[in-house]
Design a binder for this molecule. Sequence first.
Ligand code: PEP
Ligand code: MG
Length: 325
Amino acid sequence: MHEQLQQLAHVAAETEDGKPFQLAANISSVKELEQAIRNAASGVGLFRTEFLYMDRHNFPQEEEQFAVYKEVAERMEGKRVVIRTLDIGGDKHLDYLELPEEENPSLGYRAIRISLDRIDLFKTQLRAILRASHYGNIQIMYPMISSLDELRRANEILAEAKRELAADGIPFREKLEVGIMIELPAAVMIAELLAQEVDFFSIGTNDLVQYILAVDRMNETVAHLYDPFHPAVLRMLRMTVEGARRYGKHISVCGELAGDIRALPIWIALGVTELSMSVQSILRVKNSVLQSRYNDGDHIWSELSRCPSSQHVMDVLNRYIQVDL
Ligand code: PEP
Ligand code: MG
């Protein structure tokens, strides 16, 4: 089975009726890049940079970050590499950054909220990413965006970093794309406003499901309520896709659900053909893509949109899931 799947690395990812899919990798380190390349990932859809900051005693400096981002960009040889700015807090901690004690860390001081508060850290990272953009197809993505103000503030700091580099004659890609994670219900509800000011959306289903359902993704006691197939989740996914489409913006999915073959009919129903997932999932998802029919999309959505519960959603999905090798 493993060998048969590995053969698929050499096969183009397209549905039985010829619709191409981009199956990209979520990575946290340069080491994981090896496997992404071996599994013929179409790019890196999510580089979780927080792991550069973990298991050490101080913040990584600009040079060190630049070297890592540059290596990833070069090794992907022009394929898209989406670098997400620091997403700590919540379930991820740094020994050397004291965070406040919080009753509810997932609803607290994390991700872009920290970056917009600690502009020194944020700008160091942005400068490193910008410099690396000269060596490949790098794009920037902000996590946990909840409002237009946050997006604009982050972009102001990015513009400052660009001005500084330009003044020093340091090369970077002036037109690099900037996108956001859609992982808060607030972002879904204003998707069409956000879409006017970004180049792309990437849906982070891990956090999005947690926040839609008010189920802490780290809390075992309520783990049975963490349900990505809840009709509320489907509706929010649909709104996000519609918001992006209205302004012709690129949309992908990078939460765990992207690598779950049970969810593939949902992406087909929504017309989302770009998925980024853990490297181990790429070939299994490709196997299902090859056996699916993109033209079933409208029909699948008309069934899904009427489902009153996740059990009904699963019943519909079960009729479309393709797993044969
Ligand atoms: C997500 O929330 O879906 C996501 C991809 O980000 P992370 O899992 O790193 O929070
Ligand atoms: Mg997230």
